[in-house]
Design a protein around this ligand. Sequence first.
Ligand code: HEM
Length: 216
Amino acid sequence: MQSTRPAEMHVRRLHPLPLRIMHWVNAIAMLIMISSGWKIYNDDVILGWLHFPDALTLGHWAQHGLQWHFFGMWILALNGIAYMTYGLVTGRFRRMLFPIRWRELLKDMYDAVHFRLAHDDPTHYNAVQRLLYVGILLVGVVIVITGLVLWKPIQFSELTALLGGFQTVRIIHFLCMSAIVLFLIVHVTLALLVPRTLVAMVTGGPAINEMKAKAS
Ligand code: HEM
């Protein structure tokens, strides 16, 4: 028979350990993927004028860059699946990333461009942050799927056709990379401007007390 004990205090950190590990593994995997991807891109450019400087690429030559890309790919995909599962199962996505309301979004965007977006409550993401995080997670899903198609275009031939053919998939993959690089520039700049968020992503941040009725 199930009885419910009185509500009891349950203490958890703003960023629990598994989340922090997955966030930093993702950051490293992304850097490997971006820099090795630039090496591969340089070998057969999409935009004639765009070559990435060698100093920012990973791998001695294109094939070597590809080996790095395949290495990072497994870390990125497995870690990404773990993070998505964690976010959905623990309710973190629902708690931290939703809802995203138009009214709050417009107000926060207005405040952001006027440099007066409040940062007093680190346990709560503002609407702009929520939108950026949800957006970048979706871009992450698309870049992994298009990467899979570029890797195995014959095995995934239906998906290749559905997405508009190999060249189109290549362009989508490139656009996703560009979105991630833009996100990273903004994300890292903001983390450096508000260093206590960076410290929290390393140490776990403040404890969050919540009343939790525990079934026993
Ligand atoms: C060196 C690079 C990075 C740094 C310094 C960094 C820093 C941070 C910090 C400080 C936070 C907490 C923000 C807050 O509490 O207001 C955070 C959260 C987050 N970051 Fe990063 N990050 C990096 C790379 C990335 C990358 C590559 C991605 C994805 C493409 C990413 C996606 C996210 C997401 C989705 C969250 C929210 C996580 C959650 O609460 O579930 N980060 N990051």
